[in-house]
Write a protein that binds this ligand. Structure first.
Ligand SMILES: Cc1ncc(COP(=O)(O)O)c(C=O)c1O
Length: 398
């Protein structure tokens, strides 16, 4: 007997928009099969090893039996204490490690499960477009009615809360947002955070801020934490990850901090879904957060050099890209007349370089592609060489 399980899938899966990466994945597989030397700048997947002290801490923890059992549901006390100490050091914000910090199996897991913990079918959720896909896919899985806030270069890719209609703001339950932003690389000034906190307090909207790129900032720029803003803890939480700064994307370690009631709801859900992060990795993550600032400076220098190198090369090919103050990406307009999927597919076919089409981040990302700075300058030089050879350029005379 053969049953068609595809038709039996829950409705919640069919609410998800088509997966733009699927066609790219197919072409990537074909290119690899043809022996093409792909340069994959698609995902934000850092290259290189986690810091040596972090690996050493994991090795040491491995040889102790207690680290091999189920971890505590709320995460180990020492990792939670390392999180709150890091927050105090970075932002001067006091948090209670017992109920205002929760380790996660990567921030993607927490961002998505938060939606399941708080959204009932039909609840209105405000999500910028473009944005990191779990910010809208999580709510969609939970049955939310999305209100996309379309961002634009004209507004420096910042959310303008004054453009959200009053009746929508009254209905909205949650606002997801992320500065420094993936994919736009935009950063937001402190006044922006003050404005959004005032808006959320007025309409009683939960703020979910994703500070994934907290440390990947350049030229003396220091990103703002939502929790630095007075009154933010009454209405918001902030998500962090160890994936980017510490080259630990495969380790799956992140955390959420902020309002204890909001965190308690997520914790209750997670208690029923998972057992948390392997204690060995929590020990290592604790070590990462205690690394001296010099480590972070080295990481920042690495990405800044790559950013400057690639921008210089692309600007010589007709683009006019201004250096972003943070993140590990470039967000560049497609040549006039090409949409983001066509441009990314054309680049892949003609050069073997993988970029992410902007529409993967929502309709507001159409017309742009994202390039991840996840390879060294020698390899970037090869990207530029292939662009020249294939005639990939931005013609701003049209
Ligand atoms: C904004 C943002 N949040 C979260 C993540 C994922 O973090 P994690 O690896 O902790 O799930 C990413 C990864 O690209 C991201 O860009």
């Amino acid at each position: 007997m053969s049953v068609n399980w595809t038709n039996s899938r829950a409705n919640r899966l069919s609410t998800l928009p088509p997966y733009v990466f699927a066609r790219l994945d197919e072409l990537k597989a074909q290119a690899r099969a043809q022996g093409i030397d792909l340069i994959d700048l698609g995902m934000g997947n850092p290259d290189g090893l986690a810091p040596e002290p972090v690996i050493d801490a994991a090795k040491e923890a491995f040889s102790h039996a207690p680290f091999h059992g189920y971890p505590p549901f709320e995460g180990t006390a020492s990792f939670r204490e390392a999180i709150t100490a890091w927050y105090q050091r970075r932002y001067g914000v006091d948090l209670n490690p017992d109920n205002e910090a929760l380790p996660l199996l990567g921030s993607k897991e927490g961002l998505t499960h938060l939606a399941l913990a708080y959204i009932n079918p039909g609840d209105v959720v405000l999500v910028p477009s473009p944005s990191y896909p779990p910010h809208f896919r999580g709510p969609l899985i939970a049955g939310a009615t999305l209100y996309p806030i379309i961002l634009s270069a004209k507004q420096d890719w910042l959310i303008d809360v004054t453009q959200i209609p009053d009746e929508i703001a009254h209905k909205a339950k949650i606002l997801y947002f992320n500065y420094p932003s993936n994919p736009t690389t935009a950063t937001a000034p402190r006044e922006f955070f003050e404005e959004i906190v005032a808006f959320a307090r007025h309409y009683e909207i939960m703020l979910v801020h994703d500070l994934c790129y907290a440390e990947l900032a350049f030229d003396e720029y220091q990103p703002t934490s939502l929790l630095e803003i007075p009154g933010a803890k009454d209405i918001g939480v902030e998500f962090h990850t160890l994936s980017k700064t510490y080259n630990m994307a495969g380790w799956r370690v992140g955390f959420v901090v902020g309002n204890s009631d909001i965190i308690q709801g997520l914790r209750t859900l997670k208690t029923n879904l998972d057992y948390g992060i392997f204690s060995v990795l929590q020990k290592a993550a604790e070590t990462a957060l205690q690394l001296p600032d010099e480590y972070v400076k080295e990481v920042q220098d690495r990405y800044r050099k790559r950013r400057d190198f690639l921008i210089k090369g692309l600007n010589e090919l007709g683009w006019d890209i201004k250096p972003s103050k943070a993140t590990m990406y470039l967000w560049i307009p497609c040549p006039i007349g090409l949409n983001s999927t066509d441009f990314a597919l054309n680049v892949l076919r003609t050069t073997g370089v993988v970029l992410t089409p902007g529409n993967a981040f929502g309709e507001g990302g159409e017309g742009y592609v994202r390039i991840s700075l996840i390879t060294d300058c020698d390899r970037m030089a090869e990207v530029l060489r292939r662009f020249v050879e294939a005639g990939i350029r931005y013609d701003n005379s049209k």
